[in-house]
Design a protein around this ligand. Structure first.
Ligand code: NDP
Ligand code: 8X3
Length: 250
């Protein structure tokens, strides 16, 4: 029987590329995000390869999360793989100039949203005695860079939650692993700079950043290892990047 993967943040970037990659591998897919028309387009595109169900909800809203996941049709109720990917950065400001709404958004989406979704899915995995959770963190969860303050804090929290899940789920049969990318060219910087696409494009100029497909390929590799192999924590950067602040720009 084909396995079912639920991907949060499937409307763009890493999540969308992962949906496309996993469809080719015949995983049944539950694709999540707020932008429903994008989910519908992706469903149309991927239904040629596999079964796709879409769920449009905001991960910040715990009732919406619960309603969405409890509404799944029978065929999609068993979730074998959870890819906690939805997330973003809002602003890039020194802590003294930070915007409280930006802080709320990052903590609510990247940390609390990840927990709300996981809370709905972990119990069925424990009951069955198998499942695989992939938490998309960041190099920003391993080090802090200037003006990254709260985004870095949110991704450090994802790193801690990833470790905590692995510790607490040990012995249940549920695998947990984190994937921590460096600079990937997606809509990430457009969201961070509130739609300023020139400023966003500059982040990726002068070097070859990772593409979302590079991370999707790694996610596919991680979830297709034999049951006894758990890739617990991965950092992935483009060759031009050595750390959050050291990037070889020409
Ligand atoms: P994108 O902006 O391209 O994608 C973000 C995804 O998250 C979208 O599908 C978006 O869907 C979803 N999302 C955002 N907010 C919410 C919300 N409130 N409720 C539900 N879904 C939401 O960025 P990336 O693909 O780059 O980001 C994916 C993950 O990778 C994030 O966790 C990010 O922190 C992480 N990451 C990114 C890196 C990069 O350089 N790009 C590097 C390291 C980590 P919608 O708006 O439709 O709801
Ligand atoms: C995204 C990578 O360096 O822009 O998490 O924070 S970075």
């Amino acid at each position: 029987m084909n396995k079912t993967a639920l991907i949060t943040g499937a409307t763009s970037g890493i999540g969308k590329a992962t949906a496309i990659e996993l469809a080719k591998e015949n995983f049944n897919l539950i694709l999540c995000g707020r932008r429903k028309s994008r989910l519908e387009d992706l469903k149309t595109q991927l239904s040629k390869f596999t079964s796709v169900h879409i769920l449009s909800f905001d991960v910040r809203n715990k009732n919406e999360v619960q309603d969405a996941i409890t509404s799944l049709p029978e065929k999609f109720q068993q979730i074998d793989i959870l890819i906690n990917n939805a997330g973003n950065a809002h602003g890039l400001d020194a802590i003294q100039n930070g915007n409280i709404d930006d802080w709320d958004a990052m903590i609510d989406i990247n940390v609390k949203g990840l927990l709300y979704v996981s809370k709905q899915i972990i119990p069925q995995m424990v009951k069955r005695g198998n499942g695989h959770i992939i938490n998309i963190g960041s190099t920003a969860g391993k080090e802090v860079y200037p003006n990254g303050n709260v985004y870095c804090a949110s991704k450090h929290a994802v790193d801690a939650i990833n470790q905590g899940m692995r510790i607490d789920l040990n012995g249940t049969g549920v695998k947990v692993g984190g994937i921590n990318p460096g600079l990937v060219e997606t809509e990430f910087s457009e969201v961070r700079f509130k739609g300023d696409s020139q400023k966003a494009a500059k982040v990726y100029q002068g070097f070859e950043p990772l593409k979302p497909e590079d991370i999707a390929d790694i996610i596919r590799f991680v979830i297709t290892r034999p049951y006894h192999v758990n890739i617990a924590d991965l950092m992935v950067m483009c060759t031009a990047q050595a750390s959050s602040t050291i990037v070889d720009k020409k």
